[in-house]
Each structure stands twice: as structure tokens, then as C-alpha cells.
Write a protein that binds this ligand. Structure first.
Ligand SMILES: [Zn+2]
Ligand SMILES: [Zn+2]
Length: 790
């Protein structure tokens, strides 16, 4: 028997797969579109570094499912690509020199090698990178289609601004109110920015037709979208000659409004701010939204202005306070301290009046002609009255805001718009796409986006009137790239359109998508929005991109999620070098249920590595010593069928990746005890066949050792014979108060609780229980159950 050398075996089979193109997936020919296909996808990696064990978990799960479905006769699409634009590469280039492109391409080359070394089944012909012009040409083309439909637009909106770096700072880079890079406190500024009008789809995004998603993800998205029903009411500010709209779910409390509050980011605040308000707004910008919402001590500043309550003409003072968020309603509220806790805390802090307008029984008081009316009825009646006066109407409000996707940074997809003084915003003509990302001297923004520093690129003539004009210098958020990358895999080299409609409707929606739940309110929402719009454009025939979704747990180290920024990263390279890819793959899935967090330890892999070596020895022994011929229906054959049943059910129905490994281990243990048993060859082949998706190299090698037929990765998935699934039984004696009342045949491996249930279920026993209270049950395993009543 040769010794187990994972490196030799793994290199050998990886070469075979590559040479034979075993895992490349052909597209169906026109007219020939068999229904047996599956699109397996995991979220694509961000190549700011190389792979860590969190990635290994994700892609190995996808790999097991790919093999599993392939061996069930499906044509499985399993592509890979790179989310290669974005800040980390740009910041690395600023820090360490070099071009962001060189940095990501070097990482991509390394990751690709890591993936091949792990033996993952990937159709490399379909590889796509967000930073490649052949891809972002179509990101730009899609943007223009959105723009033409009014779904991409520009407006002024508040941003975090670092006065030192002279740049916008994304929320995730504001730490304790300061710029992550230089530590300067950030300020709020209103700047013209690009938005996608995702709010136009707010209502449809609440529904999941054709998407079988985990309940918690649906809940997170629904809360994020935050639909509420109420009324929009106009409050007049005479001094400014304007109306400020307010959304409320409680129009019945309108007579109790004693003051008015604007969020610090409200566009009106800039216009009416005195020095004190200005200082307050700058101070507020240093707090995170969640902190503001949770704060107990209420703060705020009076603006000196008053708003008129439309129901009673009361003039109420306008305050700016940070407990009101721009995220909800209109960013302005009528404050009703008698019936809103946070308004009450504010009123108490600043000694503002409190007027009760709804009694404990839910009837209106202090509300003029509505006094005595039940609150629910008053909601309608008050809105009706205001509607008649043109001061209000029923409304639905969403917490969801339009998606701000413009970035004043370098390393992203250029926005294909030309600003013409005469024509306004003019899209770059389709036949001039892509707008290539230009070279610049310095990636650092200096009061303007880096792209604007390349004036040769920036200054162009207007495509519409020919006059002098300028290109848009913002780039797109990387979430735009990832909102449609999964569609491009289907037809990655198409240079006439983003993808062929026939192919997209054949392969999509994605049958199974694996990725982190942290993407619930970003990528997973944006992708749904993109697909709905593309459906309306006639580009594809479905409205939900991901039919099924699975969230893996985090791989933690030292108790926290592995991440490059925290420095607690274990990569696969050393582990694979020491134990081989098969042991690495087995271990990452053996650590626990894949949807729960798991703590990585290097030492844990030793046990799995021993199992693989034992498997090697056992298969060799069986190959040499086990009898040929009919497998029969002996113990080990029954065990093999039970293992088929367990592994198949765990993957197919429960998406459990760790329990199948234990099941195969048990079978291998039985084989180790008696490798010469009748049927040992069959049982060993079954163990290899079941383990193949987890450990494709060593099982393939051992399949040959055993003299198995053909290539294991092409063998049909084994099927359990129901006749051999029947377990051993024994005769259970059932007593009531120590006297035998019944006997019954039960499965040998039935747990004690089930034995008791069976015993209680017997009609003869029931007759003797006679409705009396059961005080105790005594179980003698393999023999009897005694029920004590009294
Ligand atoms: Zn800064
Ligand atoms: Zn023009």
C-alpha cells in the first residue's frame, strides 16, 4: 500500500480536470433547451487581499452543492468573478504606491491559484471582473437606460465631508464622528449627488414572489423598507413663505402639536441657520444615526422661526434636534409631547407645553369639533378636513431612501454623463462606450473628484450640440457592479448586449445563492431592484434574481469575524500546504452547522486529517481482501444504504454540510472493523461516492484503487434501497404498575422518549391507565417500559 500524499494526488486530479475541461458548462444550443439545469452561485470575492477561511467555507459549500446537483444529472452553472472596483484597493495604492489596477490584478491572480489549489469546480471561461472595460461597458450601458427612465438622477443631499482631505467620507469610514484616514471631525455638506430611484419600487420590494428566502432576511429587508400608513400634512412658515410637509401616522393628535422639529440634515436648515444652529448641526454630524436614535438626553436648538398648525392656526416654535432623523418621513415632524415619548422627553428638557388630546379610552379631547370622536375615526375625519383645505392627504411613507451611488473617488466605473451648459446632463452615446477610466497623477481627492484632475479626459464636446462640455467625474459605487454581475456570467463575452435574452431566461433566476446576511440591506436589495427594472426593459423574463438564499455563519478567530482590517485572518495556503485541499475542505465544513458562527482553530484539522488517512488504509485493505461478487444484504450493506439516506437528506432537505461527514465516518469505522465482510466493496464504494463532493481528489484516487467504474465525479448519485433501510427491531414489554399489559415490535434504535410514547399509545395500556395521572415512567433499554400511575 502506498502512503497517502495529498499533494501528489490533488495535483494529479486537478490536472485531469483542467485537461479534460471536466467542469466547464456548455450553453444549450438554440431550440435545444433541456430543463435539467441549476445555477449555483456564491457572492463574489473582493480582491483587496487573498482568501481567508470565511471564503473557504462559502465556496466549499457551493462546491459540494455543485457536485451534488451535477451527479443528479443537472447541468450546473457555477461561475466566479471579482468585485474588483472600490476603496480598499485605492487606499492601498495611496498608502503603498502602485496603481489600484495592479493591486487587484495581482490579488486576482493569487486568488485564482488558491481556488484551483482547493479543487473547486468553477467554469473559468465565464470569469468576469468589475474593473474590466468589457464588463463595465455594460454597467455604463445599463446606467444610461436607468437614466433615460428617470431612475438615475442627481440632487443635492447631505454628505459627510472631511475638511482636511477635502473629500466626501462614506458612512462606514466615519469613526466616532471623525474621518478614518486623518482623524479630522467630519462635517455635513449638501452636495449634488447621483441617486437610483429604488423608492419607486418600495412596495414591490416588500413582496417575494418566486423567491424562497430565509424569514429573517425578509424581515430585515421589510424593516429597512419600513412601510407605514398615515398622512402628509403641510405646515406653513409665513416668514419664509413656504410649506413644510410632515408625515405622521397619528393625524388624530394634530391638536396636541406644541412644537415642530427639523432634522439637522433637513435642506431647510442650511437656509435658516443662525450661528447657534450652525454649531449644533456641525456637532451632530459627528454622531452616528444609531447613537442619535438611542440617545436618552435630548438636545436641540430653537431656530427663531414658527410654523402654523393647519388645524387650529396655532403658531408653534421650529426647533432643530438630532433625535429626528432624515431617514424617516420627510425629516420634519410635528411634535406631540402628550402622545409621543421622545417628544415628551424633549418637551420636558426644554420646558415646552404638553396638551393631552386623546384620553386613555381612545377618545379625542381638546380637539375642537372632533372632541368625543374615537381616535381611529378622527384620523380619517381630520385628514378629510385638511384635504378639503388643500393642507393634507392620506399617505404611505417608507423608511427606504433612494440609493446614493456616486462616489467622489477614483477606482470605480466612470458615470457616462456629459454636463453641457446648454443641454444639461447628456448621456454618452452607446457607440462611444465604454468611457474608459482615465489615468490620473494622484488618486487623492483634493476638493474635487480625482478624475476631474485629468482635464484632457474631462473636457469634451457635447454629443448633442457640439459645444464645450465636461464629463461627469464621479464614479459608481461598487454595489452597482454587483447588482448585475451574476447576469453577465451567463453570457460573459457578449459584445453586442449585456447578455442574450435566451440564455438569461434559460439559466436564471439563480437557483441557489450563498452569501453573508450582512448584505441584506445592500447588495441583496439593490440586485432585486436592478432585476425588476431590467425586466421592464425587456432584457429578462423574471423579477426576482435569487430563487433560494442561504446565509453562512461567520468564521471567527479570537471571538470576532475574520477580517483583514481586524488582522485576525487565517488563510488556506499554509493549511493546504500542510494537510492538503481535501482535509481543508472537510474540516471547514465539519466545524459545525454552516449557518452558524464557528471559531477557527488550526489544531482542529488534525482529527479530520487522521480520518482521511484511515479512509486511505481501509479502502486499500478492502480492495485487497474483500470478496468479489454479490454484495448481499449483510450488516455493512444495510449501513451503507442508511448512510446514503442520511447524507442525501441532510444535503437536499436540511442543507447540513457537517452531519454527512459524520455519517460517512461511521460507515468507514464499521468497514475498518471487518474489511473482509460480504458487501464491503459495495459499502466502501458508497462511502467514497458520498464523500466525493467534500473531498473530490482523494475519493477519485481511491475509486481507482477500488476498481470503481468510470470517473467518480461523473457517477450518478447513489440511491438508497428502501428495503434495506429497515432497522433491527426488538420486542418491547409494556407494564402498568409492574404488571405486563402489552408487547410490541419496535425499531432497535428508537430513543427512550419515543419508546414511552409508543407504550402509552397502546390500546391495551390505555385501558389500564384508566385516565389516572402518570407519576413516573421507567425505561429498561432494549426490554421494557413500566408506567407508574396512581
Ligand atoms: Zn480626513
Ligand atoms: Zn449641449
Amino acid at each position: 500500500m502506498t502512503t497517502y500524499d495529498p499533494h501528489e494526488i490533488e495535483a494529479k486530479w486537478q490536472r485531469v480536470w483542467e485537461d479534460e475541461r471536466s467542469f466547464y458548462t456548455p450553453d444549450p444550443a438554440p431550440g435545444e433547451e433541456p430543463p435539467n439545469h441549476w445555477y449555483q452561485l456564491e457572492m463574489l470575492p473582493y480582491p483587496s487581499g487573498t482568501l481567508h477561511m470565511g471564503h473557504v467555507l462559502n465556496y466549499t459549500m457551493g462546491d459540494v452543492l455543485t457536485h451534488f446537483h451535477r451527479r443528479h444529472g443537472l447541468s450546473v452553472l457555477r461561475p466566479m468573478g471579482w468585485d474588483s472596483f472600490g476603496l480598499p484597493a485605492e487606499n492601498a495604492a495611496i498608502r503603498e504606491g502602485g496603481h489600484p489596477r495592479e493591486i487587484v490584478e495581482q490579488n486576482i491572480a493569487e486568488i485564482r491559484q488558491q481556488m484551483k489549489r482547493l479543487g473547486w469546480v468553477i467554469d473559468w471561461d465565464r470569469e468576469v471582473g468589475a474593473h474590466e472595460p468589457a464588463f463595465y461597458r455594460w454597467t455604463q450601458w445599463l446606467f444610461i437606460r436607468f437614466f433615460e427612465r428617470g431612475l438615475a438622477y442627481r440632487k443635492a443631499a447631505p454628505v459627510n465631508w472631511c475638511p482636511h482631505d477635502q473629500t466626501v467620507v462614506a458612512n462606514e469610514y466615519v469613526i466616532d464622528g471623525r474621518c478614518e484616514r486623518c482623524g479630522t471631525p467630519v462635517e455635513l455638506r449638501n452636495l449634488e449627488q447621483w441617486f437610483f430611484k429604488i423608492t419607486a419600487y418600495a412596495d414591490e420590494l416588500l413582496h417575494y414572489e418566486g423567491a424562497d428566502w430565509p424569514e429573517r432576511t425578509v424581515t430585515i429587508q421589510r424593516n429597512w423598507i419600513g412601510r407605514s400608513e398615515g398622512a402628509e400634512i403641510l405646515f406653513r412658515v409665513d416668514e419664509l413663505d413656504i410649506d413644510i410637509p410632515v408625515f405622521t401616522t397619528r393625524p388624530d393628535t394634530l391638536y396636541g402639536a406644541t412644537f415642530f422639529v427639523l432634522a439637522p440634515e433637513h435642506p431647510l436648515v442650511e437656509r435658516i441657520a443662525n450661528d447657534e444652529v450652525g454649531r449644533y448641526v456641525r456637532h451632530t454630524a459627528q454622531k452616528k444615526t444609531e447613537e442619535r436614535a438611542a440617545e436618552e438626553a435630548k438636545t436641540g436648538v430653537f431656530t427663531g422661526f414658527y410654523a402654523t398648525n393647519p388645524v387650529n392656526r396655532a403658531r408653534i416654535p421650529i426647533w432643530v434636534a438630532d433625535y429626528v432623523l432624515m431617514d424617516y418621513g420627510t425629516g420634519a415632524i410635528m411634535a406631540v409631547p402628550a402622545h409621543d415619548e421622545r417628544d415628551r422627553e424633549f418637551a420636558e428638557t426644554f420646558d415646552l407645553p404638553v396638551i393631552d388630546v386623546v384620553t386613555e379610552d381612545g377618545v379625542l379631547v381638546n380637539s375642537a369639533e372632533f372632541d368625543g370622536m374615537p381616535a381611529e375615526e378622527a384620523k380619517r375625519a381630520i385628514v378629510e378636513k385638511l384635504h378639503g383645505e388643500g393642507r393634507g392627504a392620506s399617505a404611505v411613507s417608507y423608511r427606504l431612501r433612494d440609493w446614493s451611488f456616486g462616489r467622489q473617488r477614483y477606482w470605480g466605473c466612470p458615470i457616462p454623463i456629459i454636463h453641457c451648459p446648454a443641454c444639461g446632463e447628456v448621456p454618452v452615446p452607446d457607440d462611444e462606450l465604454p468611457v474608459l477610466l482615465p489615468e490620473v497623477e494622484d488618486y487623492r481627492p483634493k476638493g474635487m473628484p480625482p478624475l476631474a484632475s485629468n482635464t484632457e479626459w474631462l473636457n469634451v464636446s457635447c454629443p448633442r450640440c457640439g459645444g464645450p462640455a465636461q464629463r461627469e467625474a464621479d464614479t459608481m459605487d461598487t454595489f452597482v457592479d454587483s447588482s448585475w454581475y451574476f447576469l453577465r456570467y451567463v453570457d460573459p463575452r457578449n459584445d453586442a448586449e449585456p447578455f442574450d435574452r435566451r440564455l438569461i431566461d434559460y439559466w436564471c433566476p439563480i437557483d441557489h445563492y450563498i452569501g453573508g446576511i450582512d448584505h441584506a440591506t445592500g447588495h441583496l436589495l439593490y440586485s432585486r431592484f436592478f432585476v425588476k427594472v431590467m425586466n421592464e426593459m425587456g432584457l429578462l423574463g423574471f423579477r426576482e434574481p435569487f430563487a433560494r438564499l442561504f446565509h453562512q455563519g461567520w468564521v471567527t478567530m479570537g471571538g470576532s469575524k475574520m477580517s483583514k482590517s481586524k488582522g485576525n485572518v487565517a488563510g488556506p495556503d499554509q493549511i493546504v500546504a500542510r494537510y492538503g485541499a481535501d482535509a481543508t475542505r472537510l474540516y471547514i465544513l465539519f466545524m459545525g452547522p454552516a449557518d452558524q458562527d464557528m471559531e477557527w482553530t488550526d489544531s482542529g484539522i488534525e482529527g479530520i486529517s487522521r480520518f482521511v488517512r484511515r479512509l486511505w488504509r481501509v479502502v486499500h485493505e478492502v480492495a485487497e481482501r474483500a470478496p468479489e461478487g454479490d454484495a448481499g444484504d449483510g450488516q455493512v450493506v444495510r449501513k451503507a444504504h442508511q448512510t446514503i439516506d442520511r447524507v442525501t437528506g441532510d444535503i437536499e432537505r436540511r442543507l447540513q454540510f457537517h452531519t454527512p461527514i459524520s455519517a460517512v465516518m461511521e460507515l468507514v469505522n464499521d468497514l475498518a472493523v471487518d474489511p473482509q465482510a460480504q458487501g464491503a466493496r459495495f459499502a466502501t464504494g458508497t462511502a467514497l461516492s458520498l464523500l466525493q463532493p467534500w473531498a473530490p481528489h482523494v475519493t477519485e484516487e481511491l475509486w481507482d484503487v477500488l476498481g470503481g467504474e468510470g470517473r467518480l465525479w461523473e457517477r450518478p448519485w447513489p440511491e438508497a434501497d428502501p428495503a434495506l433501510l429497515v432497522h433491527e427491531t426488538f420486542e418491547l414489554v409494556v407494564q402498568v404498575n409492574g404488571r405486563v399489559r402489552d408487547r410490541m415490535e419496535v425499531p432497535a434504535d428508537l430513543p427512550e422518549a419515543d419508546l414511552v410514547e409508543r407504550a402509552k399509545g397502546s390500546a391495551k395500556v390505555q385501558a389500564h391507565l384508566d385516565g389516572r395521572e402518570i407519576r413516573q415512567t421507567v425505561v429498561v433499554p432494549g426490554k421494557l417500559v413500566n408506567i407508574v400511575v396512581g
